[in-house]
Structure formats: C-alpha cells, structure tokens
Design a binder for this molecule. Structure first.
Ligand SMILES: [Zn+2]
Length: 203
C-alpha cells in the first residue's frame, strides 16, 4: 500500500495497511474489512478494538506448560481428569488446537515457542527446553510425545529433544508419519492427527 498515491483519507489508508499486515489478508480483503468497519456502528467498532486491546493485556503464558492463557496455571494444567504422566511437546500455542479437536489426546502439553533453526539464529536456549526438562525432574512423567511439525526444523528439534530426554529414562515418542511432510500441524485434519497420535513411535 503506497499511501501517497491513494485517493483515500489517511485514517482509512492506515486501517487498510494494518489489516494488510495480518496473515492471510491481502490488499483486497484489507480494503473490504476497512469499509466494513466504516459502515459498522461505533459500538461494533469499539467492541473489535477492545477485544484486540484485551487480548494483549489479559493473555499470559502458563508458568507450567507455556500455553497462552488468562489464568495461571492454564485450564489444561489445572484439569485433574487429564492424564498427568504424558506431555505432548508442540512448537506454538496454536498447535494445541488441532490436537484438542481430535479429542483423542488427554495428556498435558508443553509449548516450545519455536523450533531450532540455526539459519534464523534460534538455538535450544531460545526455546522452553530447560522448562521442559525441569518438568521431568519429579519423575512422574512416563512419556513425552514430540509433536513438532513434520519439516526440517521440526524434525531437527525433535531429534535434539530426544537426545536430551532419553538418557533421563523417560519414554520419547514421535507422531507417526502420515502428516503431510513440510505441512503444519495447524492445517492437518482431525482424522490425520488422531491417526498420527495413535500410531506414534518410540524414537
Ligand atoms: Zn498450562
């Protein structure tokens, strides 16, 4: 969006520009959303602005699993009906959603907040690896499921964690193949994820 050449008023161009930064929103959708807001009532527009502000103010990371939450520990860590001896390790908080949707997984989670990626300068220290290891110290964890994405960084991160955890005597498994290689967990369908969970293999 080159602001100088647009015939639109500055506040409109600004909102289009902001929407355009969102994932999956191209210039056309950004324009459509902006004109939608323009036609909406002041209350509707305020509700949207308030929802955006609140998410930044109220959402914190769970101090146990590092999932995003508005209570600490998060609802999953607090849930006593869940299997507390299994931890599923994921890259990002958003990866928990497809796993929960399958309703096949009843254990706990651990969010790494990234993957090892030397080309981006991300090493294990930048991830929540130390925090994962400290959860294993109590000896109550029987299995760690590595559910990082099936791509180069995800595999490298899984290998790294396996080497770190296996000597501690905890069983380490990886989601079964079948998830599209190079794809994200986030976009896989429920059946594929459920099958990958059931067919998980020892590393
Ligand atoms: Zn938690």
């Amino acid at each position: 969006m080159t602001a100088e050449f647009t015939p639109t008023a500055k506040p409109i161009a600004r909102l289009i520009e902001e929407f355009n930064k969102l994932p999956g929103i191209g210039p056309k959708s950004a324009q459509r959303l902006t004109y939608y807001i323009l036609r909406a009532s002041a209350e509707e527009a305020e509700a949207l602005a308030d929802a955006i502000r609140t998410i930044k103010e109220k959402i914190i990371l769970c101090s146990t699993c590092y999932n995003i939450t508005d209570s600490d520990p998060c609802a999953i860590c607090q849930d006593q009906d869940r299997e507390r001896s299994i931890i599923c390790v994921v890259e990002e908080p958003i990866d928990i959603i497809p796993l929960e949707r399958t309703k096949k997984y009843r254990g706990l989670y651990h969010v790494l907040h990234g993957v090892i990626s030397p080309s981006d300068g991300v090493g294990p220290e930048e991830l929540k690896t130390k925090e994962l290891l400290s959860r294993l110290n109590g000896g109550s964890i029987a299995e760690i499921i590595l559910a990082t994405n099936p791509n180069v960084e995800g595999e490298a991160t899984a290998m790294y964690l396996q080497r770190l955890i296996a000597p501690l005597g905890t069983r380490v498994t990886r989601l079964a193949r079948g998830l599209p290689y190079g794809g994200d967990l986030e976009y896989a369908d429920d059946v594929t994820i459920a099958r990958a969970l059931e067919g998980r293999q020892d590393m």
